[in-house]
Ligand binder design. Sequence first.
Ligand code: FAD
Length: 308
Amino acid sequence: MPELRLGNLTLHAGHGENLLDKLLAEGQTVPWSCRGGYCHTCLVQAQPGQAPAEACHTLTAEQREAGWLLSCQCPVVQDMDLRLHDPTCDDLGADVVSVMHVDNVLILRIAPERPLRFLPGQHLALWLNSQLGRPYSIASLPGEPWLEFHIRLHASGTFSRAAADLKVDDRLFLGAATGTLQYDADWQDRPLLLLAAGTGLAPLQAILRHALERGHAAPIELWHWSTGDCYIAKRLEELADRHPLLTIRLQRRATMADDIRQLRIASRRTMALICGDPGFVEQLRKPLFFAGLPGRQVLDEAFHSRPQ
Ligand SMILES: Cc1cc2nc3c(=O)[nH]c(=O)nc-3n(C[C@H](O)[C@H](O)[C@H](O)COP(=O)(O)OP(=O)(O)OC[C@H]3O[C@@H](n4cnc5c(N)ncnc54)[C@H](O)[C@@H]3O)c2cc1C
């Protein structure tokens, strides 16, 4: 039976038992959100070399070298010396610079105490305190004076309800940036189709602005579906005014099924990027395939949330 050593405590786990389940069953407070390996809020530190590859392959090289692992993805297959993650001392501090509420979206700007390394479209775990963190996409670009996030406020959401009360100068903590939803320099002359629902717009508008800054030379079509008006309609319209190759379509979620039926793929070389809630991402995969886009030309990111 593998042994888990945690401070003065020694626990015995079944071979292959899930580490997060074991720690929670033993009364340890390990935060978690998705349990699917996306949110990076259930980090635990082991001795370097003790983490199975499947528990750390999405972490940064620095995190892996330091022994961090995602406990929800970790089968216990050997003895481990563990330390629980505390974002208030292990992660990067940041202060709130501005908060803006637009309908049910909080546009939050924060200044990290050191520059954060990230690529446009990536996401990170945002922590309100040592226990409450959720993953959010970075809506700003590297080099901008703040990090921006677009947080949809859910009436029953633990994080988003607390985030709604954030004020200027409040302190937050940031995990490392991660995620594969990114612009590839090789796409420069390929049409881009960006499809977002709700705050799924956060990473896609960052990728869009990055592509335009890099002189993307083919047409870009951005579709956004939301229940009300698009929360950053003005910004997007200004961008489209300045870039003739950009078309934006701001639609209501109610018309989505019809809109999807009318989607036309400009070229067989089009790259499609999808982001939003899991149902939205699922709804688009098949139509894009039947419209002639092979899976390798479709990148998506689903905003998986904590199961009820
Ligand atoms: C990689 C990644 C990136 C993400 N980026 C963003 C982002 O940029 N902006 C953003 O707003 N969110 C984003 N999310 C989702 C975010 O992490 C939280 O799951 C979400 O904000 C809900 O957290 P909460 O604590 O408010 O709700 P929780 O307390 O976690 O959930 C409580 C309840 O709220 C309701 N709820 C939660 N999410 C949804 C939903 N999508 N639709 C309907 N009901 C819901 C459900 O009833 C749920 O059971 C991302 C998720 C992932 C995995």
